[in-house]
Write a protein that binds this ligand. Structure first.
Ligand code: NI
Ligand code: MN
Length: 229
């Protein structure tokens, strides 16, 4: 499979017969090299309702007739907007045509503020995903603080690759993300959710060095960069 990082928390996973995209925040991300109209995907996974994750999901979903996989209350809201959706709850797992998805806990808030309004629409719980495709398990943490049950995720799943936020302020910072990587026993870690705006500025290479000093492999992907996996 081919994995492309598009900046912030957006990860595209190209499989033999399917393409998934997680948290496609592209057109309003100053660091993204792709635009939403470039994306061809049949499944869109959204961790929570914040604009830097929901992003261009509706446009991509409608143009590609893609299915949105999201926390149930966010999924319901998006179905009211005309998208094809599959709602899930934390702890739930489902076998999709492309592989298996389990929705995981994230310690974070979730609502959608439609641009130009002073309204926060409730979008349920924030989440993460364990995605098992082509014999590999990928963990996308979403936006979250460090939590002890990451040890359980590591014990119950052989995680080949973990995407972890390192931006701090709204999510874990680099120090907690190293502990998360240890808890998860992830074979490889890619940092996300940093440098998109000043409040979350971090040095991803310093993070990867701290991982290395704990014997964990880390890789920094620039927006637009891909990894064959
Ligand atoms: Ni968020
Ligand atoms: Mn975020």
């Amino acid at each position: 499979m081919n994995i492309i990082f598009h900046g912030q928390s957006c990860v595209e996973i190209r499989l033999k017969e399917h393409t998934l995209i997680i948290d496609p925040f592209l057109n309003h991300n100053p660091l993204a090299t792709a635009k939403s109209e470039d994306i061809k995907a049949d499944y869109i996974l959204i961790t929570h309702g914040h604009a830097d994750h929901l992003g261009d999901s509706l446009e991509i979903a409608k143009r590609n007739e893609a299915t949105i996989i999201a926390p149930n209350d966010l999924g319901r809201y998006l179905s009211f907007q005309g998208a094809k959706t599959h709602g899930m709850g934390i702890g739930g797992e489902y076998q999709f045509p492309f592989g298996k998805v389990k929705m995981t806990l994230a310690l974070h808030d979730s609502s959608y503020n439609p641009p130009g309004t002073k309204e926060n629409i409730y979008t349920g719980m924030a989440s993460g995903f364990l995605i098992t495709v082509e014999g590999k398990t990928i963990y996308h943490a979403g936006d979250t603080g460090l939590f002890g049950d990451m040890q359980l995720l590591g014990k119950l799943n052989a995680i080949d690759l973990a995407f972890l936020p390192i931006g701090d302020n709204y999510t874990m910072g680099p120090r907690d993300a190293v502990i998360a990587a240890q808890f998860l026993q992830a074979k490889m870690v890619i940092p996300m959710h940093y440098n998109t705006f000043p409040l979350i500025n971090q040095d991803p290479r310093a993070f990867v060095e701290s991982l290395a000093s704990e014997g964990i492999k880390g890789v920094v992907l620039e927006p637009g960069q891909s990894l064959s996996f």
